[in-house]
Write a protein that binds this ligand. Structure first.
Ligand code: SF4
Length: 235
């Protein structure tokens, strides 16, 4: 099955810019951005980020406030703070063998950076990869990671997989099945997450938002500093 998958990938690979580098910093940035944000939205932001901070040392030297502002619009702003702290750790101590020592790096990101930057034979298992493995009953190795991402994103879709176009169809026991709709993601509109985003945007614009709960929560995550009743970005 692996050979079929890789042959399909060589013809159908999505041209994603982070696939053209093995720089661990550039790959870490892409992986952290992709944790909660769609590929199409990440591509221009990834380019802009690397243009502004091309190296891990450059990012480490940036102010937390600038990093948070640059992240605006990507959502889940805590990722920006963690990425910045990770860069400071690497700039001071180098890349650790155990990448989960870096802030914001869990087992998935560790596997992705380990594979794409350091050439380790580990498979980062996201929802797409898990789905393809479960449906095919096959355990793929690290060399199949990018191909599995693409198969899961374009062919082996969550609800109605496009088995007629799938390179694995001849050997897949789930061929032709349909699946129940997945649980809907909780709404952003009206959520506390949205209140936090609005409050952070206001602080970044030099305003003082009145949403105290959101400000306290942002301060707890290191996204704003509260002093004498005033909120500012960390400097
Ligand atoms: S045959 Fe269908 S269910 Fe099986 S891997 Fe391909 S798209 Fe997914």
């Amino acid at each position: 099955m692996k050979d079929l998958l890789l042959a399909w990938y060589s013809q159908n690979k999505r041209p994603l810019p982070w696939r053209e580098t093995t720089d661990p910093y550039a790959i870490l940035v892409s992986e952290v951005m992709l944790q909660q944000t769609q590929v199409d939205r990440v591509i221009p932001r990834w380019h802009a980020w690397l243009e502004r901070w091309p190296t891990v040392e450059a990012l480490a030297a940036a102010s937390p406030g600038d990093v948070i502002v640059q992240w605006q619009g990507l959502g889940y702003n805590r990722r920006a703070v963690s990425l910045h702290r990770a860069a400071q750790h690497v700039a001071a101590h180098g890349w650790p063998d155990d990448l989960t020592e870096l802030p914001g790096v869990g087992p998935y990101t560790e596997a992705a950076v380990g594979n794409f930057a350091f050439g380790r034979d580990v498979l980062p298992i996201d929802t797409n990869v898990r789905r393809v493995q479960e449906r095919t009953g096959e355990l793929f190795d690290g060399s199949c990671a990018q191909a599995l991402f693409d198969l899961g994103a374009t062919i082996c879709l969550a609800r109605i997989p496009r088995c007629g176009e799938c390179p694995l169809a001849a050997e897949c026991p789930s061929r032709g099945r349909r699946y129940e709709p997945l649980r809907k993601q909780s709404k952003f509109e009206g959520s506390f997450r949205q209140r936090r985003a609005l409050a952070l945007r206001a602080v970044a614009a030099g305003e003082q938002p009145s949403d105290g709960d959101a400000l306290v929560s942002l301060a707890r995550d290191g996204l704003v500093v509260l002093q004498d009743g005033a909120a500012t970005l960390p400097s």
